[in-house]
Design a protein around this ligand. Structure first.
Ligand SMILES: Cc1ncc(COP(=O)(O)O)c(C=O)c1O
Length: 378
């Protein structure tokens, strides 16, 4: 059972997502819910043998293989493989909580990309940090203002961002890391959506390490493959990060299941053998289905034309996201109104809806048809 939401209308994005969990037309959360491909299905059939193997082998070995396969799949060859700097967590939110608690021992303020998924600001606020919005335009536009860097202990960037899909380019990351190094500010990246966009597959760790800045990266297997919430959030850090990440980790968990690590390794191997390109085509097709079904509706636009993330924002013109969400519910279709992504100024997201694309094509078609009729009706 999902936690009971006491207010009459849901508060945060996850509370909206709870309402969709039991619907066959749940296009709300960004978790992967499409059907397994035939080769992924065969990995699930292998689970008993993966279990038997995981029981026998040292956890460290199983974990190292999972790291290597996943990080190399996504171009992250320079990840710190050897000195205990990749901490495996049950999910990226757990990694985030560990990061936030650690950071709060060292600073009281953090600059955070705006907009972004609201559980990030909520977790950061939950440990008492003061949040300073870092607008996407400013982040991508050039050097960050020195005043901003002087006023915070950390800059936090989601790349590719959720919901916009915007990716920090190699050149921008290099400049950002240099600025953070110069100001002694921690640079933290949430790369949960990295797998969907090859523009985020340049070797981030090489750039971060070369810069000498104090960095943290949160990686996430959970958005990529439909593994029924069996996933890993990896909390990765610089040797000089100067935060008690390992201590806080030990306050919270001993480790994650070697079965999940083995399964992630097998999914990553399958992805490297062609599954990732297939997934990219699958998401692109779903995006095209959605855009084509809504293209001729007056006032409707797609604010993220270059996005390759597994979510798509739809700008609704004069209509509000909440009204359209309510009308869609009558068709048993669930999407996500966007106010809360704009954690500093929710009104900026009031006229948008986010549609999850990591669903079967038939679900996307049905949801797009329902959305079309709702939008044409009002
Ligand atoms: C960018 C980003 N980071 C982290 C999370 C949290 O993921 P999880 O619920 O698997 O912990 C989300 C959830 O959608 C997200 O969009």
């Amino acid at each position: 059972m999902s936690p009971v939401v006491t207010q009459t209308s849901p508060g945060n994005l996850t509370q909206f997502e709870y309402l969709a969990l039991n619907s066959p037309l749940n296009l709300s959360d960004g978790h992967a819910r499409q059907e397994l491909t035939p080769t992924q299905g065969r990995i699930i059939d292998e689970l008993p043998s993966l279990w038997a193997e995981a029981v026998k082998r040292p956890v460290e070995e199983v974990e190292r293989e999972a790291h290597r396969t996943y990080f190399e799949l996504l171009g992250q060859r320079s990840y710190p493989a050897t000195d205990g700097r990749v901490l495996s967590c049950y999910s990226s939110s757990v990694a985030m909580e560990i990061f936030a608690r650690s950071l709060a021992t060292a600073t009281d303020a953090i600059a955070l990309v705006h907009p972004t998924f609201d559980n990030i600001p909520d977790i950061l606020k939950g440990v008492g940090l003061r949040l300073v919005p870092l607008e996407e335009e400013v982040l991508h536009g050039g050097d960050l203002p020195a005043d901003l860097l002087r006023s915070v202990g950390c800059v936090f960037v989601t790349t590719p961002n959720n919901p916009t899909g915007r990716v920090v380019s190699e050149q921008r990351l290099r400049a950002l890391a240099a600025q953070c190094a110069e100001h002694g500010v921690v640079l933290t990246l949430d790369t949960s959506f990295r797998g969907f966009d090859t523009r985020a597959h340049y070797d981030h760790y090489a750039i971060l390490e070369e810069s000498g800045c104090r960095w943290v990266v949160i990686e996430d297997t959970g958005k990529l493959w439909p593994t029924l919430e069996l996933k890993i959030g990896w909390l990765v850090s610089a040797a000089n990060v100067g935060l008690p990440l390992a201590k806080v980790y030990s306050d919270i968990l001993l480790g994650i299941s070697p079965l999940v690590m083995s399964m992630v390794r097998r999914f990553a191997e399958d992805a490297a053998g062609g599954g990732l390109a297939e997934l990219h085509r699958f998401i692109a097709t779903n995006r095209t289905i959605l855009r084509e079904r809504l293209a001729d509706i007056p006032g409707v636009t797609f604010p993220d034309p270059d996005s390759r993330a597994s979510v798509e924002r739809v700008h609704l013109g004069e209509r509000t996201g909440l009204d359209v969400w309510t009308a869609l519910r009558e068709h048993h279709v669930y999407a996500l109104p966007c106010q809360q992504f704009h954690w500093a100024r929710p009104e900026e997201g009031a006229h948008s809806l986010r549609i999850a694309l990591s669903r079967s094509a038939s679900s996307v078609v049905k949801a797009a048809e329902a959305l079309r009729s709702v939008l044409l009706a009002g």
